[in-house]
Write a protein that binds this ligand. Structure first.
Ligand code: NDP
Length: 451
């Protein structure tokens, strides 16, 4: 085909982005700097070395100026050993992706009419990493695996360097001929496109960079970070508290569930619509492992024993109240998980041509169908509701001595409300008046009868 014609097809496939999200380049700029600063702030505002969680308000200005003039503070930001361990971890994930067997599953049809194939072996990578870590701790003792706690800031910096490097590399790579760009990432503004992600599916051969980062190096590291926190607690107190066990169990289960259901991400907005840029790289590699593990890190220096704490309120010998705290938090998490799994399961089944619960639906003009009973008849994003209930269960084990450990609940609410709006804008474009009809039938956005 003549190169002029090729270029024309390329331009038609990759139209200029004319509508901004996240308040455009100023918003992208603020988030690009705000995310790393927040990750550090959550450490310096909630750790034993900085004086508590949060440190006494009056001491913050003084602590801040002292920290900035302190050489140790700056040298802690970069830790070569942590950076090398992080690099080895990333390399381990790549090698595991390469050598572990896995089915190749097709993603959704892209604008080119093609379907990409993805290797499904995130869960076996998780099992391998978990097995190696547990074996290592069993052999060498819990003190051998506390380095993630000790070198926290160094690991955060290492993951940030990786996020920026990848963000820049895929941005530069997106200018090569033939790259399929994200519809929302081709504005021509460097700050915005670097942040939001210019290329839809940057790959090296059959290695898809976006889906790899989404599920492996950050998500699995989150579980390993939590295990490291439990090891640190064991070294200090001689055991793992019930509160720490709950956090380990809930978050570990969530990660395992996401990895076990790996093909489900192929239909999410991140994979089908968003480009891969700094927003996803920093979210996957830094935010998930080092912010989502805040509760476990907090429990290291402020251990909570839910059972014994509650027991003090009962003066009889009965063991039932002793476990009331643990049981109620287990219940909240189970409820959230049940809603999350049922809702995602109903939609996945339905999108794969199955309807085992005989749910009602209507056919839109585009030919695609929308469920109107079951969880998708109770709210338009019931899966987000389940996710939010679980988020609460993950913070409850830290007790009520500080609001900081509830940061995840607040942040996640903002994220999901924003995500619901983005998704519905896309659905409005896709389904037109059929979406308005669905909204009338299902008036609640996320929480049935509330929001
Ligand atoms: P969703 O799984 O919520 O899917 C949204 C899509 O579902 C819509 O675009 C539409 O696509 C389809 N849909 C909407 N209504 C209906 C209906 N009535 N019947 C059938 N299909 C419908 O997308 P997300 O990617 O946002 O979320 C996936 C999961 O990931 C969620 O459980 C979410 O909570 C979780 N998540 C977790 C995060 C974390 O950091 N822990 C971050 C973000 C998400 P179409 O019609 O084209 O099929």
């Amino acid at each position: 085909m003549p190169s002029q014609k090729k270029g024309k097809i390329q331009n038609e496939l990759n139209p200029r982005t004319t509508e901004y999200e996240f308040l455009g380049p100023p918003g992208a700029f603020l988030i690009t700097f705000g995310v790393p600063l927040t990750v550090y702030a959550l450490f310096f505002g909630c750790s034993e070395s900085s004086g508590g969680c949060p440190p006494p308000l009056a001491s913050i200005p003084e602590r801040f100026t002292t920290a900035l003039s302190d050489c140790a503070f700056w040298s802690n930001l970069w830790d070569t050993q942590a950076a090398l361990i992080y690099l080895a971890w990333y390399a381990f994930c790549v090698v595991a992706w390469t050598i572990l067997p896995g089915d190749w599953v097709e993603g959704v049809t892209m604008r080119t009419g093609e379907k990409k194939k993805y290797k499904i072996n995130a869960f076996s990578t998780f099992l391998l990493a978990l097995g190696l870590a547990v074996g290592y701790i069993y052999r060498n003792g819990p003190q051998s695996f506390t380095f993630l706690y000790e070198k926290w800031v160094g690991f955060v910096t290492a993951s940030l360097v990786m996020s920026v490097a990848q963000g820049l590399a895929v941005y530069v790579g997106s200018f090569r001929k033939g790259a399929l760009l994200a519809l929302g990432g081709n504005s021509g503004n460097f700050i915005y496109d670097f942040y939001i992600g210019r290329e839809l599916n940057p790959s090296i051969g059959s290695f898809d960079i976006k889906s790899f980062n989404e599920l492996r190096p950050g998500l699995i590291l989150w579980t390993l970070v939590n295990i490291s926190m439990a090891c640190e607690q064991t070294v200090r107190t001689g055991g793992v508290s019930d509160a720490m066990w709950l956090v380990l169990l809930f978050q570990g289960w969530y990660v395992a569930d996401g990895l076990y259901n790996e093909p489900a991400i192929l239909t999410t907005m991140d994979i089908t619509t968003d480009g891969f840029g700094f927003m996803l790289s920093v979210g996957d590699l830094t935010w998930v492992p080092f912010v989502y593990s805040l509760q476990a890190r907090f429990l290291v220096f402020r251990p909570v024993e839910l059972g014994s704490g509650l027991y003090q309120y009962f003066d009889n010998e009965s063991q039932i109240p002793r476990y009331l705290g643990v049981l109620s938090i287990l219940f909240v998490n189970a409820l959230g998980y049940w809603i999350f799994r049922e809702a995602n399961g109903e939609k996945n089944d339905f999108r794969n041509g199955k309807n085992p619960k005989n749910l009602q639906y209507f056919t839109t003009e585009s030919g695609s169908k929308l469920l109107t009973t079951g969880w998708w008849g109770r709210s338009r994003h019931p899966n987000y509701f389940g996710d939010l209930v679980m988020a609460l269960a993950w913070s409850l084990p830290t007790g009520f001595t500080t609001p900081v450990t509830y940061f995840y609940v607040v942040y996640f609410t903002v994220l999901l409300v924003h995500r619901q709006r983005r998704d519905e804008e896309a659905c409005e474009k896709k389904y037109g008046k059929d979406w308005a009809k669905y909204k009338k039938m299902v008036p609640y956005r996320i929480i049935p009868y509330v929001y």
